[in-house]
Design a protein around this ligand. Structure first.
Ligand code: PGA
Length: 250
């Protein structure tokens, strides 16, 4: 049975004290059994987050990492560094990394390999832009992103991959894909995995939806057969909204 997951991507928000406060509020909430909850604070607050969450069922993820193990890469962070502060999950390929930091599919493929070599779990983000959808090429774009970023992996590697389909036009815009659009794409993604690997493997991969998920639309989106949860941006910065989304599985 694949996992139901709600992950909060805090992006470049929350200083150290805000991070601690938000975590303290989250810690007094009940986490429903069967739902994996993750938060991704910024690098400087990861150690505080893992320290506060020892023995608590919220996983801390990083928002990015470098593809090399170490070396002369000023300003960068390696997988080993993340692991040394208790972080073994990492978001890769977020559309903001692709757009503003020019991360390509080829670079992401390298980052994914490095993360898996370091025994980390990857939350791999991908999704089409608005003009792709208006031109009817959203399925081709998504298939290419999957092929280029992830299809070098063996079937077994996928035990440590979580997918996050995030149509770029829905991120931070308040415009959400309809539950039907999300389901249609998630089913396509699963079929694409089944064709490359096997149906059994495709059924085991959690596919999250991301893009303006809020307490008022989460239940309908998560209710779709191939949607296994969400990657939440804006609404994850408010404990009440985030917990409402965590509790939205029916
Ligand atoms: P949003 O962000 O929920 O604010 O649209 C989602 C994301 O960027 O992962």
């Amino acid at each position: 049975m694949r996992k139901q997951i709600v992950a909060g991507n805090w992006k470049m928000n929350c200083d150290l004290s805000e991070t601690k406060n938000l975590i303290q509020v989250l810690k007094v909430q009940d986490i429903p059994s069967g739902v994996s909850v993750m938060i991704a604070p910024t690098y400087t607050n990861l150690l505080a987050a893992t320290s506060l969450l020892v023995d608590y069922p919220i996983t801390v993820a990083a928002q990015n990492m470098h593809q090399s193990a170490s070396g002369a890469f000023t300003g960068e962070i390696s997988a080993g560094m993340l692991k040394s502060v208790g972080v073994d999950h990492v978001i890769l390929g977020h559309s903001e990394r692709r757009a503003y930091f020019k991360e390509t599919d080829a670079l992401l493929a390298e980052k994914v390999s490095t993360a898996l070599e370091q025994e980390m779990t990857v939350i791999f983000c991908f999704g089409e832009e608005l003009q792709d959808r208006t031109h009817g090429r959203e399925f081709d774009v998504v298939k290419n992103q999957l092929q280029n970023g992830l299809f070098h992996l063996s079937g077994g590697d996928w035990n440590n991959i979580i997918l996050a389909y995030e149509p770029v036009w829905a991120i931070g815009t308040g415009e959400t894909a309809t539950p039907e659009q999300a389901q249609e794409m998630h089913a396509f993604i699963r079929r694409t995995l089944a064709e490359k690997y096997s149906d059994e493997m495709a059924q085991e991969v959690s596919i999250l939806y991301g893009g303006s998920v809020k307490p008022n639309n989460a239940a309908e989106i998560f209710g779709k057969e191939d949607v296994d949860g969400g990657l939440i941006g804006g609404a994850s910065l408010d404990a009440e909204s985030f917990m409402a989304i965590v509790n939205a599985f029916v």
